[in-house]
Design a protein around this ligand. Sequence first.
Ligand code: 16G
Ligand code: MG
Length: 547
Amino acid sequence: MWLNKFYNDRNKDLYPNPGNITFQYGTSGIRCKSDYLDHVVHRMSLLVALRSMCLKSARVGLMITASHNPQDDNGVKLIDPQGEMLESTWEEYATELSNALNNDNVCNILSKIVLKYNIDSGYKPKVYVGRDTRNSGERLLKAVILGLKIFKSDYEDFGVITTPMLHYFVRCYNTNGLYGQPNENSYFTKLTNSFKKMRKMCSDYKNYSPIIEFDGANGVGALKLKDAMKYLDDSLIINLHNNDVMNSRKLNLNCGADYVKSNQCPPTGLSIIPNTKYVSVDGDADRIIYFFIDETNTFYLLDGDRIATLVAGYLKELIMASGLNINIGLVQTAYSNGNSTNYISNELKVPVACVPTGVKYLHHTAKDYDIGVYFEANGHGTLVFKESVGILIREELLKQKNEEKLLVLNKLKWIMDMTNETVGDAYSDMLIVETVLCDRGWNLKDWCNTYKDLPNRLTKVTVKDRSIFSITNAERICIKPLGLQDKINLAVANYPMARSFVRPSGTEDVVRIYAEADTQANADRLATEVASIVYNIAGGVGELPLL
Ligand code: 16G
Ligand code: MG
């Protein structure tokens, strides 16, 4: 078969599998200590090339990143032609290839794929590549490029960029420029220009302030924000912190969106002043969260749930004012705060769906709506617009004579144009949030006052084998180990307004426990109880977490 022709060019296994780790292409690709990844990324470049050929030379992407993980980790994520996550059937090949013991096995797996999809050797693979600021990125990139060359791929290396930028570029290429051009200038121009246009319409800022203290997690988000600032002019005043990308030891260290969300406290590396607006992004800039402290030094987090409610409420008003027949829906996961869900259903009256953790599930369900808003509580999310919505708004803009309606339609169009619809994007999300806050004349306190979060606690337990867990109903019910859910239900029944669920992590060797209740003390107690239930029933290892 034609595959052999390519393989004959190679006389030895350039990147052998040391065989000491089992890999899994999980919710966000493959991640682990960077030292073990050379053969993995090399093989992923072979797979992504086949993926492109299978899709008749559609452009696909390969991103080298481990997001918010420590700096000595790294990882790889593959991107499908519309800028979305790799299709799940191909995730299995990615897992198989990473674990293949030797080159013969790799060839067999690749041959199997070629035969299954009847992949024609006439299609030239087209691949975009990017990486975050990690030191190991450059070494891993070499392994990727060697793999791409084996299949004589047409590839472009974008160097150090954010994950969402690479997703965007892939989509741009495959839509022949309709979505934008696959370069940084087009990306910043498209997103930022719509932001600036909308900002010009805002005459009275009221409580809103355009000043942002930005925590860049010492990663690529900080680096790219510097570029973005050239496009923003003075429409936002951004003070950049945690932007030391030269010292890679500092990446995500006690800073960034994941640190702030998980620890529910401000990051280090910047002074925290009451009633000031702070933004944190993660190590590859696909997540964003806001926070502030008040006069009494109380910490307030405005996470993905808050962003989703802010944006969905605003868009719903615009849709109603436009008079257009457009439906809007919101997608969350079980980690979303119970009161955010109540607020969405009861106050905003926007339909809300709950899906399993992982952006691909949220993204997929969001596409059921004309306008889908999806966010994980951790700050990863975006908006997706059906193509017909864009067409409808543009047509209406041409017909409409009424000034007020024209403005509403333009606002919808501008929001659409400042969105990176392919995946969660910290920069795009920040522009959208700032737009809504400005139009509403709100500071973070006003935003926070829309509803009150239920006190909650996230904890984790290490067990002998987390694969014994089986969960259902968007991860809210645990069916295995048997009897575990009944015990959780009994514990939950002892606390007012309580909810708790457990699920095996897709990225760490732990079982995660989430609990919420009427008070922080009760949420903490419930989390501790459920942790000990898991520990006892599912073979806990090491210390039982005590809060
Ligand atoms: C990955 C997912 C993120 C999810 C997290 C859960 C993507 C791009 N990223 O980072 O959405 O929240 O995993 O981690 O899908 P866990 O399984 O360890 O709880
Ligand atoms: Mg990330």
